[in-house]
Write a protein that binds this ligand. Structure first.
Ligand code: ATP
Length: 301
């Protein structure tokens, strides 16, 4: 048995988030193109008799350190699967914005699964880990997989998408988070008020082609997020943030997932740096980070 294991896990941005009609079970059918970017949390699992978690980093105070922490829930689910009351001290080094629409909690859950599997010497297959991940939340399986993939159903059925090259991104991080269920609720409310009946969502052929070709300009034009109007409704300032990015030549600008992080696609690494400076200078967000994608999912370091 190893005494300490560290796993690095990426944030995601949704390149396409198409939200179908509300189902009877309260979920929506989605077409969700996930793209893993080089903005990472790290989870270290060390030997211990009980399960504990500690979070370090700027936004640590916003993350629960009890049984609600998704990394703890993941470790518990893994121990239950193994049929033994394993313990571990988990330390999360948090860089992914909390409640920012970049699936940071899901990322930590995926990292905890990989770390504890190794710490406890279980040797589960990726398929087994994916099954446990899917029970923890619809974004967790993607954090294990990484790359670029399309999720269907609630987002948990994943197929990798072919991508050429690398895309350069700038993320504008906002103060405070947005609640994902609240954003979905607002999306339903806006649609009902407008008398809109959403159709069955499908993967955008233009988006898939742009990814295959490594064509940033085409990708910028094909980005779509059905949750964006709802996120803007709940946080009006996001409209201005997106506008500033577009004014400075972003090839695409959209709210990431349920927000409030905004994602901007740049022409190149140099352009990403310029765009980041412009966004920071305009005072339309708390802070700005650059990243590229796609990157692999949760990996041992
Ligand atoms: P998504 O994009 O999947 O909707 P998100 O990025 O908007 O998620 P998270 O950062 O995953 O949001 O956090 C959502 C909530 O989950 C937070 O408000 C936080 O209280 C809780 N949470 C539980 N565990 C964690 C964790 N390890 N890291 C971050 N948040 C966590």
């Amino acid at each position: 048995m190893t005494s300490s294991v560290t796993v690095r896990v990426p944030a995601k941005v949704n390149l396409q988030l198409s939200v179908g009609p509300l189902r009877d079970d309260g979920f929506h059918d989605l077409v969700n193109v996930f793209h893993a970017v080089s903005l990472f949390d790290e989870v270290t699992a060390s030997e211990a008799d009980t399960l504990t978690v500690r979070v370090v980093g700027d936004s640590a105070a916003q993350v629960p350190v009890d049984g609600d922490n998704l990394a703890i829930r993941a470790a518990r689910a893994l121990a239950a699967r193994a049929g033994r009351p394993y313990g571990a001290n988990l330390v999360i080094r948090k860089h992914i914005p909390v409640a920012g629409g970049m699936a940071g909690g899901s990322a930590d859950a995926a990292a905890a699964l990989v770390a504890c599997d190794r710490l406890w010497g279980l040797g589960l297959s990726r398929d087994d880990l994916r099954e446990i991940a899917a029970d923890l939340g619809s974004d967790v399986p993607f954090a294990l997989l990484g790359g670029t993939a399309v999720g269907t159903g609630r987002g948990e059925t994943l197929s990798p998408l072919p991508v050429s090259g690398r895309f350069h991104w700038v993320f504008a991080l906002a103060d405070g988070g947005l609640s994902t269920p609240q954003v979905y609720g607002e999306c339903d409310r806006l649609r009902e008020a407008a008398g809109q009946r959403p159709g069955w969502p499908a993967l955008s052929p233009a988006l898939a082609q742009a990814l295959r070709d490594g064509d940033a300009k085409a990708l910028g034009g094909a980005l779509v997020n059905d949750l964006q109007p709802a996120a803007i409704m709940l946080r009006r300032s996001l409209a201005r943030t997106l506008e500033v990015g577009r004014e400075h030549g972003a090839l695409g600008a959209l709210v990431s997932g349920s927000g409030p992080t905004c994602a901007f696609l740049a022409e190149s690494e140099v352009h990403a740096r310029e765009l980041a400076i412009s966004l920071a200078g305009a005072g339309v967000c708390r802070t700005v980070v650059g990243a590229y994608g796609p990157v692999p999912g949760a990996v041992l370091v």
